[in-house]
Ligand binder design. Structure first.
Ligand code: NAG
Ligand code: NAG
Ligand code: NAG
Ligand code: NAG
Length: 680
């Protein structure tokens, strides 16, 4: 009896111990030589000196290192709601690049499993992949340390720290830096170059009670932890975390490749992570430059030396010829039919061998380099003397299929001249790569101006951009020799010239994407939020699908919000949000608050209204670009009694059924221009 009582008592005690200790995790890896409880996959390995190498500088690698056991990061209460546990982590990383311009970066990851499904290298950092990116079902939280500007991930800086929730499109992103406090008590922001082969320490602290996340980075040469974090943001992780999560690191390389190392790591729940002893960090292998071989030739006969010289000369010549041959173009007959072909060697020289330092960005289609075309072009000795700045888009389609048709189309487009279209200067095919040479746009993309956090575009600038894009599209649709459908109208493809004039770029490119798709499948090119609903059914791009995308762009520019924004509970779909503002009789609430009221109300109303009309689900209900231009130019005036009718404003299906019944009718409806006029 007494024995069984004692056993019961003991098991209760054990249970209590198990409950209380299940939650708290506290560990430190001061180097990884003896690294129990660490689970590696992909290219990750622990080097002899104790550094954890996630990637080794080869192309397209993914490496993961996770703490082996799950960590209790959430507690369910009686209602079944999750309370997120506070946690704190510190680690030292080192990114080493051979040559210049590496990539892509590394991330601290919290995920429901150690095997991340469907991950990709490059811009996805091995954390997510094209099929999973943006899905709430991922339950992934990450802090990325990214060394490449990925336009696809809406990044504007090639050296940044970003907070990612279920998506590599960061929720918050800052150029890498730390704050110091000067003698005057003012905070000064000191830049940190992530990819500089220096050891950098990062701290990530999350308070589950206040939902406050802090991220701090500093080179280890800064001995005291900076007081002020680089990023301090409210982040609700209740719907992201599960009770048990895995913690660790992910890193990936792409065409641009660095070696990514973690040198030390500490982590703790419900308390501050143990400080890392910076004097005991493992070393990483440095780039070894092979020592020049010293040739000692004793008593060399003149003849022998002569022979050697001849052989060396022959080898140098052979190497040079091989290099030339690699740069030379292997032309197919049809290529001669198309003018504007620029020899590969000229583009090679223009970009100094496609140096990474000339990289303007990378996106879904490939990399874009800045280059300067030389004086001599197409044999005419009287080219521009100074050299001409161009942007060179290198598209690795990986398939020759459709290249011929595409080049035919591209070179016909190359003859287009319109002040609202980015001029195509020429093209070149090199192996499976296609290179397109465009005029250089010094002011970058509209997307970067709207969301890059720089100077806010004024209303006048926005309207002029909108009018410009509309004129460019009208030209493509109606004024050129044949109808050209752009297929990918979006803020990223609107570029700004030196005068801030808008120019539409990348027209026709989506076509290559479709040509290049595997036979038997139809792949629709386009960007979420800009794609007309009928595209998912017919996958046939038309001028009306362009008008739909333009509608999304109109709303984006007027509201300063993206067509689809990830929200806490559900994604915020801009067109529905604007509609709701209109239905509430306060359409002007939709206008970008950053404009601070400095805009022409009538113009803003018109832009919002046009945006809604272009976003209608039924393609035949949308106006043509000519009609759009007439409205934007004031040649056509918005009828006072124009009405947008919604049959079912609360439908959750978007946009097919919500907007399909929106018409231009002037019958009595839910949202009239009266309400557009601010309810007068
Ligand atoms: C590994 O796990 C064991 C048991 O779970 C624990 O005692 C040990 O401290 C852990 N080691 C590290 C470095 O976390
Ligand atoms: C880098 O890692 C990859 C994958 O682990 C391996 O195949 C490759 O040989 C390594 N390269 C070097 C230079 O070590
Ligand atoms: C985050 O930083 C702010 C500002 O320095 C500080 O007040 C707060 O306590 C920090 N929170 C955490 C969880 O570290
Ligand atoms: C991401 O950022 C947006 C805007 O700052 C915010 O509204 C949203 O709640 C954030 N997402 C999460 C999951 O916190």
């Amino acid at each position: 009896m007494a024995a069984s009582g004692a056993a019961l008592c003991l098991s209760v005690v054990l249970l209590l111990v198990a409950v209380c200790c299940r939650s708290d995790v506290d560990f430190i890896y001061q180097g990884f030589q003896h690294a129990p409880n660490l689970s590696l996959d992909g290219s990750a390995s622990v080097l002899r000196g104790g550094a954890l190498q996630l990637t080794n500088g080869s192309e397209r690698l993914v490496g993961h290192a996770f703490y082996g056991s799950p960590v209790a990061l959430g507690t369910l209460d009686n209602q079944g709601d999750l309370a997120v546990t506070s946690f704190s982590t510190a680690f030292v990383f080192d990114i080493v690049t051979i040559g210049t311009g590496g990539g892509h970066g590394l991330a601290f990851v919290v995920a429901p499993s150690r095997a991340l499904p469907g991950v990709s290298p490059e811009i996805y950092l091995g954390v997510l992949g094209p099929t999973t990116n943006g899905k709430a079902s991922n339950h992934v939280f990450a802090v990325e340390f990214d060394t490449v500007t990925d336009l696809e991930m809406k990044e504007t800086n090639g050296n940044h720290v970003g907070v990612d929730v279920n998506s590599l499109v960061s929720n918050v992103s800052e150029q890498a830096a730390y704050y110091t406090t000067g003698a005057d008590g003012e905070d000064r922001k000191m830049p940190v170059k992530l990819e500089s082969a220096q050891q950098i320490q990062a701290w990530i602290d999350y308070d589950g009670g206040t939902s406050l996340l802090n991220v701090t980075v500093a080179p280890v040469s800064v001995t005291d932890r900076p007081q002020r974090p680089l990023i301090s943001t409210k982040l609700d992780l209740r719907s992201v975390f599960k009770e048990n999560m895995y913690i660790g690191f992910s890193s990936a390389t792409g065409k641009l490749a660095s070696s990514h190392y973690i040198l030390a790591w500490s982590f703790r729940t419900n308390g501050l992570a143990q400080p890392i002893d910076l004097r005991r960090l493992p070393k990483v292998p440095r780039q070894r430059t092979p020592a020049p071989k010293v040739l000692i030739i004793k008593f060399a006969a003149v003849a022998c030396a002569g022979t050697l010289a001849l052989v060396a000369a022959a080898m140098v010549t052979a190497l040079w010829l091989r290099h030339r041959a690699a740069l030379a173009d292997k032309m197919e007959d049809w290529e001669l039919e198309h003018p504007q072909r620029i020899p590969y060697i000229e583009l090679y020289k223009a970009t100094k061998g496609f140096k990474e330092s000339g990289l303007l960005g990378s996106g879904g289609f490939g990399h874009v380099y800045k280059g300067v075309l030389g004086r001599r072009r197409s044999g005419s000795g009287s080219g521009s003397a100074s050299g001409e700045e161009v942007a060179i888009k290198r598209i690795s389609s990986g398939t020759k299929q459709g290249m011929r048709e595409f080049v035919a189309e591209i070179s016909s487009l190359g003859r287009m001249r319109h002040r609202n279209l980015v001029e195509l200067r020429g093209w070149c095919k090199h192996g499976d790569d296609l290179l397109l040479v465009y005029e250089f746009m010094p002011n970058g993309s509209l997307d970067a101006h709207l969301f890059g956090g720089g100077k806010v575009l004024t209303w006048a600038q926005r309207l002029s951009v909108i009018r410009g894009v509309a004129r460019g599209l009208l030209y493509l649709h109606e004024e050129w020799e044949h109808v050209v459908v752009h297929r990918d109208v979006k803020a990223n493809n609107v570029l700004l010239g030196a005068d801030m004039g808008a120019r539409l770029g990348d027209f026709g490119l989506a076509r290559l994407y479709e040509h290049g798709a595997a036979p038997g499948t139809t792949r629709v090119a386009g960007t979420l939020g800009y794609m007309a609903p009928e595209l998912t059914v017919t996958s046939r791009a038309t001028t009306a699908t362009d008008v739909f995308s333009f509608g999304a762009l109109l709303l984006e520019v007027a509201c300063g919000r993206r067509p689809v924004e990830p929200g806490e509970a559900a994604d915020v779909i801009l067109v529905r949000w604007v509609r709701d503002c209109g239905l509430d009789g306060d359409l002007m609430r939709a206008v970008d608050p950053r404009l601070d009221g400095c805009y022409d109300a009538a113009e803003a109303r018109l832009v919002l209204w046009l945006g809604m009309v272009c976003s209608q689900g039924r393609p035949e209900a949308r106006p043509s670009m000519r009609q759009v231009c007439q409205f934007l130019n004031g040649e056509e005036v918005l009828p006072e009694d124009a009405v947008l009718v919604f049959s079912d404003p609360d439908s959750s299906v978007f946009p097919g059924s919500v907007l399909s019944s929106m018409t231009w009718s002037s019958s009595c409806g839910t949202m009239s221009v009266g309400s557009l006029h601010g309810g007068r």
